[in-house]
Design a protein around this ligand. Structure first.
Ligand code: ADP
Ligand code: MG
Length: 254
């Protein structure tokens, strides 16, 4: 597998009248095509900052991101961003929400709208297209947010604690569901999460950041000996507890 992106010695500080906050220091790791990476680390360590840099919303102060597309082209991968809250607009119907990205980007072609229709059907939302977001369950809202993101055909999905607004039970199902759909769509994903069990059950690799300034404290590949690929089943894998303990050690020993 090849790295489609390589972060090399990324550093970033926020500057204000009160001084400097060093958020990231010397962060290096590669992102392979089709890989699911989870980033964990203490609150306030710089995870969202790192994701904004990968998204191209912030320019790194130090270091570079090297692009290495499979076809040899040099364009930066197309990014899809999903945030903590689903950010669906109540004054728009579900349908008008899922086409919002296409509308804003002037990409309302027949082909793209057909694709949205197919996703609405696949994800069981076609009967809800004329409803308002508040009429959907938490899981359906996340699916709608995912369709809106996928409609723009991103290559790399960046998820910043996307499930943290959901209660625990719902979160178990919705996180498993959304990640299964992203895998089925063949995308590469980087997800930030507070939840170590979620990271182990969803990711191929976990990157542990230290407290601020964040450095990469550890990286670990997750290989669970379980035939059922579902994230819920993954939690029952015999090695699950060992991964959890190792992560817990990393997180609690500065
Ligand atoms: P995390 O997502 O891991 O909780 P963030 O990346 O949001 O952390 O923030 C890292 C550090 O940078 C925090 O100490 C935060 O207070 C600070 N920070 C974040 N955004 C800004 C900003 N716009 N201006 C100044 N400081 C910021
Ligand atoms: Mg954050």
């Amino acid at each position: 597998m090849r790295n489609i992106l390589e972060l090399k010695n990324i550093g970033y500080s926020y500057h204000s009248l009160h001084g400097e906050t060093i958020a990231l220091k010397d962060i290096s790791f590669g992102v392979q095509e089709g890989e699911f990476i989870a980033i964990v680390g203490p609150s306030g360590c710089g995870k969202s900052t790192l994701l904004s840099i990968i998204a191209g919303l912030l320019a790194p102060e130090q270091g570079t991101i090297v692009v290495n597309n499979p076809d040899g082209s040099l364009h930066y991968p197309k990014i899809g961003y999903m945030l903590q809250r689903d950010h669906l607009f109540e004054w728009r119907t579900v349908y008008r929400n899922v086409i919002l990205g296409l509308e804003l980007n002037h990409k309302m072609t027949k082909e793209n709208l057909d694709k949205v229709d197919a996703l609405l059907t696949d994800y069981g939302l076609d009967k809800f297209r004329d409803k308002r977001p508040s009429e959907l369950s938490g899981g359906m809202k996340q699916r709608a947010a995912l369709i809106r993101t996928l409609a723009l055909e991103p290559q790399l999905l960046l998820l910043d604690e996307p499930f943290s607004a959901l209660d625990y039970q719902t979160r178990l199902f919705v996180s498993a569901d959304i990640c299964r759909l992203i895998r089925a769509a063949g995308k590469t994903m980087i997800i930030i999460t507070h939840d170590l069990a979620e990271a182990i059950s969803l990711a191929d690799r976990i990157i542990v950041l230290s407290g601020r300034p964040a450095v990469v404290k550890n990286q670990m590949s997750v290989n669970l000996t379980i035939s059922d690929e579902s994230p819920l089943a993954a939690r029952n894998a015999p090695e699950f507890q060992q991964y959890f303990n190792r992560l817990w050690e990393d997180m609690t020993h500065e």
